[in-house]
Design a protein around this ligand. Structure first.
Ligand code: BG6
Length: 481
């Protein structure tokens, strides 16, 4: 449940993530009445600025085209204050402590509630976690919310988690994968387990192949320094797409309680073998239509072989999924913004029909959230002809009165309530790295010269080799993909 008189402390308050996601989400929760009574927000960063400047920055990404939210935004500003300080020196954290105590002295409740949100680069992550424990860990409830990257491979992730564990328990730690906060990702469990029609067909007898696709229509655009160190696999596949895969394929949990859900996810992930090189296609965008290529980005090292596109096929070795290819693909600088799951069912046995389309269930995660089932129906008329049609649940139409919450709103609220179900558990992270580490070491050049990604034009569907790649895994392209 929510605890009154909570302080939310946002580290990296002048950074991109905090500005674009954390503060707008906190505002959304406040506006809709979801933040606890007496809540206060404290921004913390190195940048020296006064409170007015901080308020301006922290609210600069709140969408309010018609100014209708202006009074609420003013109220929201009054809840928040700013402290500037370093990330590695004790004096700064002692200064923060004074500030927190002065807020708490006005609270009714005797028990303190502090939620520390670390929107920070990995280099300062550990010193901050350590300093917080040393100087700002109060007698009541303390929680820490952390963001990826959680290491770069299995060993470095274990090292980081091991170091964090010295200061913060698993129960106090909330590891964000913001895809778990997306409405359509949450919907997958309902679709699967609340519909007998789907659960009955959810296995290798009915399903031919599954694709989970992430496409973004822009490149690194100055963020190349960060990106080049990580690459598309660490940025998107190893976390966001693998999370989607685990909710798609896990067995039914005993309940929706956090450990029940996460136990099942870990179990299915443990049945996946590390990715093979031959099941991988890597790409890097090149300049096209006046848009710069990846290597044209000044923040990218010359001649980098970092992939900005990857397709990898995963295999789950259990009775339900043996033999079904799960193709995860993600790319920057593509032709559109789209994240979706495409479940392709097996062919109708030949006999009655000649060439007839397969059933396909598409879960569109964004934009324009929807679920649609491609099926065959008789064309009305005095003859017998089957035609592929779509049974279409588009959220904007069906749920026109409901607001779809932002992922970060959902996750921050969960953390405030102490609900871990949509956060990444330590063993889940460990097994995710086991699946990807061998292929990443190959790409990093740790096992000989790194593979050269194939080029694809900025703004395209991806490398031209992609169609042959997915066909190899039984995908049949339909006219309406
Ligand atoms: C982040 C990645 O985790 O997810 C970014 O670091 C990416 O590179 C982003 O753009 C995509 O998130 P969303 O919610 O816009 O799909």
């Amino acid at each position: 449940e929510l605890r009154d008189d909570t302080i939310i402390i946002v580290f990296g308050a002048s950074g991109d993530l905090a500005k674009k996601k954390t503060f707008p989400a906190l505002f959304g929760l406040y506006r809709d009445g979801f933040l606890p009574n007496g809540v206060k927000i404290v921004g913390y960063a190195r940048t020296k600025m006064d409170e007015a400047e901080f308020h301006k920055r922290s609210t600069s990404y709140i969408k309010d085209p018609d100014q209708s939210q202006a009074p609420k935004i003013e109220e929201f500003k009054k809840l928040s204050s700013y402290v500037s300080g370093g990330y590695e020196d004790s004096a700064s954290f002692e200064n923060l402590e004074k500030h927190l105590k002065s807020i708490e002295s006005a609270y009714q409740s005797k028990v303190t509630n502090r939620v520390f949100y670390l929107a920070l680069p990995p280099s300062v992550f550990l010193p901050v976690a350590e300093n917080l424990k040393k100087h700002n860990y109060a007698s009541g409830v303390n929680r820490i919310i952390v963001e990826k990257p959680f290491g770069k491979d299995l060993d470095s992730s274990r090292e980081l988690l091991g170091a964090l564990k010295q200061h913060w328990t698993e129960d106090e730690t909330y590891r964000i994968d913001h895809y778990l906060g997306k409405e359509m990702v949450k919907n997958i469990l309902i679709l699967r387990f609340a519909n007998v029609a789907f659960s009955a067909a959810w296995d290798n007898r009915s399903i031919s192949n599954v694709q989970i696709t992430f496409k973004e229509p822009f490149g690194t655009e100055g963020r190349g320094g960060y990106f080049d160190e990580f690459g598309i696999i660490r940025d998107i596949l190893q976390n966001h797409l693998l999370q989607v895969l685990s909710v798609l394929t896990m067995e039914q949990p005993v309940s929706f309680a956090a450990e029940d859900v996460r136990d099942e996810k870990v179990k299915v992930l443990r049945s996946i073998t590390p990715i093979a090189r031959e099941d991988t296609l890597l790409g890097q965008y090149v300049s096209a239509n006046g848009k710069p290529g990846y290597l044209d980005d000044d923040t990218v090292p010359p001649n980098s072989s970092c992939p900005t596109f990857a397709a990898t096929t995963l295999w789950i070795h259990n009775p339900r999924w043996e033999g079904v290819p799960f193709i995860l693909k993600a790319g920057k600088a593509m032709n559109e913004a789209k994240v979706e799951v495409r479940i392709q069912f097996k062919d109708v046995p030949p006999g009655l029909f000649g060439n007839i389309s397969r059933n396909e269930l598409v879960i569109r995660i964004q934009p324009s959230e929807s679920v649609y089932l491609k099926m065959n129906a008789k064309v009305p008329g005095l003859y017998t002809r089957a035609l592929p049609i779509e049974m279409d649940l588009t959220y904007k139409r069906r749920f026109s009165d409901s607001k779809i919450p932002e992922a970060y709103e959902a996750l921050i609220l969960d953390a405030l309530k102490g609900d871990h179900s949509n956060f990444v558990r330590h063993d889940e992270l460990d097994v995710a790295w086991k699946i990807f580490t061998p292929i990443l070491h190959w790409i990093d050049g740790k096992e000989g010269p790194p593979p050269r990604p194939v080029p694809y034009p900025y703004g395209s569907r991806g490398p031209k080799e992609l169609d042959a790649f997915v066909n190899k895994f039984h995908f049949t392209r339909s006219s309406t993909e």
